[in-house]
Design a protein around this ligand. Structure first.
Ligand code: NAD
Ligand code: DAU
Length: 355
């Protein structure tokens, strides 16, 4: 079956893995990657598929309603996988407005454009799908008591980032309940893997260990996160986009909880081993710093529903995933240097200056 699918935020970390998977696995689909190319968007993440005949990149802002509506019509879009967002909690604490703008108003603009376009067609919502990618952070924080977030956990966001994602989730569900739009929402735990912007814990720390820079551990390093390999998330998105039930929510997680300080020690051990350093060589880089404001203590996601209904489960053991990830960043130092120097942004700004 032919489909025209719009993926937003496809030049970012998770989005680039989703675009790659869809372009490679579905040659019969047209994949349109719409991305504003903020600091987090980098087309180098997609160099291997940029010339594929079923792939088109469009630089646009999801908040620009008229442009989005025009693109939906131009490409006859029948499926939307929405990942574009401001995604970093620390940035949301410094600049909450940017998060309300993109995550709330941008999602609303995309929903409204999809509604106006799809309702103008004779078949209306038949065969259409609006799939919104969200986070486990909307559920709030857990104690160290073994409980987990399920699809029925009440929303209780604490950071401006999670509050903006929660708001966008509510809008998506409202478009189903009010207009009958075929929507799906998924809430995923922390992803790790190649092409993640080095402001997030794992790529930042790998790069700092390599350059013998301090590793800033927030608070006592006791906060717990559940980690999922990004390619497993992309595979879940593929499964849910094709087989998920309309108006449902699915949690996606790794059943793989780590205290930050324990994860950091695994990272140090792995990077040192890859670099040929003696065991324990980089432990002295650990530097405890002031805690993140409102730092959520623990996230743990129960993805049993997804396993039982659609048969998805994580494919990779964490030790193997971390080993591949460390190897990827160490072998792709040019990618890292382009990102940390900001060169990748100057290149795209120049390229798009006259368009
Ligand atoms: P990212 O920051 O790496 O990428 C975001 C992408 O969105 C970038 O390419 C950026 O240029 C683009 N973008 C930002 N604002 C835009 C706008 N106004 N218009 C168009 N494009 C815009 O993010 P990520 O980590 O890949 O996360 C992707 C999605 O998955 C987000 O919605 C995030 O909330 C969600 N999520 C992330 C994680 C995680 O661990 N990273 C976990 C669960 C859910
Ligand atoms: O849970 C899903 C979320 O995971 C996604 O929705 C977010 O987009 C994604 O950024 C991520 O959020 P976190 O805040 O959990 O990720 P981050 O990598 O920023 O931090 C992971 C943990 O490590 C967190 O407890 C804070 C801590 N940390 C982070 C950084 C960057 C440090 O101790 N030091 C650091 O320098």
């Amino acid at each position: 079956m032919k489909r025209n699918i719009l993926i937003t935020g496809g030049a970012g970390f998770i989005g680039s893995h989703v675009v790659r998977l869809f372009v490679n696995n579905y040659p019969q689909y047209n994949i349109i990657n719409l991305d504003k190319l903020t600091y987090a968007g980098n087309l180098a993440n997609l160099a291997d598929v940029q010339n594929a005949p079923n792939y088109t990149f469009v630089r646009a802002d999801i908040c620009d309603y008229d442009t989005i509506l025009g693109l939906l019509k131009q490409f006859n879009i029948d499926g939307i996988i929405h990942l574009a967002a401001e995604s970093h909690v620390d940035r949301s604490i410094r600049d909450p407005f940017a998060f309300a703008r993109t995550n709330v108003m941008g999602t609303l603009s995309l929903l409204q454009a999809a509604r106006i376009y799809w309702e103008s067609l004779p078949e209306r919502y038949d065969g259409k799908r609006f799939y919104h990618i969200s986070t486990d952070e909307v559920y709030g924080a857990l104690e160290f008591d073994g409980s987990m977030f399920t699809e029925h956990t009440r929303y209780n966001p604490h950071s401006p980032y999670s509050a903006s994602k929660a708001s966008s989730d509510h809008f998506v569900r409202a478009y189903h309940d009010t207009y009958g739009m075929p929507t799906i929402v998924t809430n995923c735990s922390n992803n790790y893997g190649a092409y993640q912007f080095p402001e997030k814990l794992i790529p930042l720390f790998i790069n700092n260990i390599r350059h013998r820079k301090p590793l800033p551990v927030y608070g006592k390093g006791e906060n717990v996160r559940d980690w999922l390999y990004v390619e497993d998330h992309a595979r879940a998105i593929d499964t849910i986009f094709h087989q998920g039930r309309i108006a449902e929510t699915y949690n996606i997680g790794g059943f793989n909880e780590w205290r930050n300080i324990d994860l950091i020690k695994v990272l140090i051990e792995t990077v040192d081993r890859h670099l040929g350093n003696p065991e324990g060589y980089s432990l002295d880089l650990i530097t405890y710093v002031t805690d993140r404001l409102g730092h959520d203590l623990r996230y743990a996601i129960d993805s049993t529903k997804l396993k039982n209904e659609l048969g998805w489960q994580p494919s990779l053991q964490f030790e193997e995933g971390i080993d591949c990830t460390v190897a990827w960043y160490l072998n792709n130092q040019e990618w890292m240097d382009n990102v940390t120097s900001g060169d990748y942004m100057r290149y795209y700004d120049e390229m798009y200056k006259n368009r």
